[in-house]
Design a binder for this molecule. Structure first.
Ligand code: AMP
Length: 312
């Protein structure tokens, strides 16, 4: 069993109210792999430039992740993203994006990457997401996207959404994509296109899962200090898909989907405790299990019958 992720591998410069870092390892595929590698073997498909450091390749390969599909382009520059967060860590400003070798990225999957049962199409051009899908036949596919593609490649995005099992977007993206202000209505519209699950990421407020007639909402892990939210969404996706990959014959079960949401949430909480990949590299399974259990206790309650008719 294995999981393939196709997406950006980047150098990020990030400023938050708690500090800043220049050119640290980032990218959607990187954050995803560092989380999913706790559950299954991960194949990363991406492209980097000549400037990409060997030590960063080693970080990407943490927990046995296969990096043979990471192509180094001679003379090229690695995708670069710079962003800044204010006191509201749910919103960020992109200061600079330099596509570098990402501009002519045409993903080509090796036989091992094609054979994965689970595929994550991280945030890349929808036409490339479709090309990746045409190269393989995974049992479960999830997709992420962003406002840029919603605005510039709406039709292609809707088409590729109709071919996947799970859509993972943030609230604002779901609303923009469907032009529906109501989150449930927006998710239902996407479910009608073909996917069986829609996950709405809600930053520090958690995430919601809409599947069939069911709805499940989980708060974020109650952290006292968030240092850098960059990559939280992809780390969440790595935990969610990792858990689903380990329970592939049961992904249709509501209980399994809820547990996957809890693992995604717990993993994302570690990612935001440090800059970039700092916290995820040395993370241990015990730390993850403890947070999942805390989340379970924090979000469940009894509902004993209570007579509410006293006034009548
Ligand atoms: P997240 O915070 O989960 O949205 O992921 C942030 C990561 O996405 C950063 O590490 C960036 O390098 C990467 N990123 C930012 N902009 C783009 C883009 N236009 N395409 C692909 N990846 C991006």
């Amino acid at each position: 069993m294995s999981i393939t992720v196709v997406g950006s591998i980047a150098y990020d410069s990030v400023k938050t109210p708690f500090g800043s870092r220049e050119r640290m390892l980032g990218g959607a595929a990187t954050h995803f792999a560092l989380a999913a590698s706790f559950f299954d073997r991960v194949h990363v498909v991406g492209q980097v430039g000549e400037d990409f450091a060997e030590r960063d390749l080693a970080v990407l390969a943490t927990r046995g992740t296969d990096i043979t599909d990471v192509r180094r382009v001679p003379g090229g520059e690695t995708f670069f993203w710079a962003g800044e967060y204010g006191w509201d860590l749910n919103t960020r400003e992109t200061l600079e994006t330099r596509l570098g070798v990402f501009a002519d990225f045409r993903p080509e999957l090796s036989p091992a990457a094609r054979a994965s049962e689970v595929l994550f199409l991280a945030n890349i051009q929808p036409s490339l997401q479709r090309e990746v899908l045409e190269q393989c036949a995974p049992k479960f596919v999830a997709l992420d996207s962003m406002n840029l593609w919603i605005e510039t490649a709406h039709e292609e995005l809707v088409e590729v959404i109709s071919k996947v099992d799970c859509v993972i977007l943030n609230d604002a993206e779901l609303r923009e994509l469907t032009r529906r202000p109501n989150l449930i209505a927006a998710a239902r519209e996407l479910l009608a296109l073909g996917p069986t699950m829609v996950v709405a990421k809600q930053g520090e407020y958690g995430a919601a899962l809409i599947a069939g007639e069911s709805f499940f909402s989980l708060p974020a892990y109650p952290l006292e200090q968030v240092i850098d939210p960059t990559g939280a969404g992809d780390t969440f996706a790595g935990g969610l898909l990792g858990y689903l990959a380990r329970h592939l014959s049961r992904v249709g079960e509501e209980a399994i989907r809820r547990q996957a949401m809890a693992y995604g949430t717990a993993l994302a909480s570690f990612n935001v405790e440090g800059f970039g990949t700092e916290r995820m590299v040395g993370l241990t399974p015990g730390e993850i299990h403890r947070r999942v259990d805390t989340l379970r206790r924090a979000s469940s309650f009894d509902a004993p019958a209570l007579d509410l008719t006293l006034a009548s």
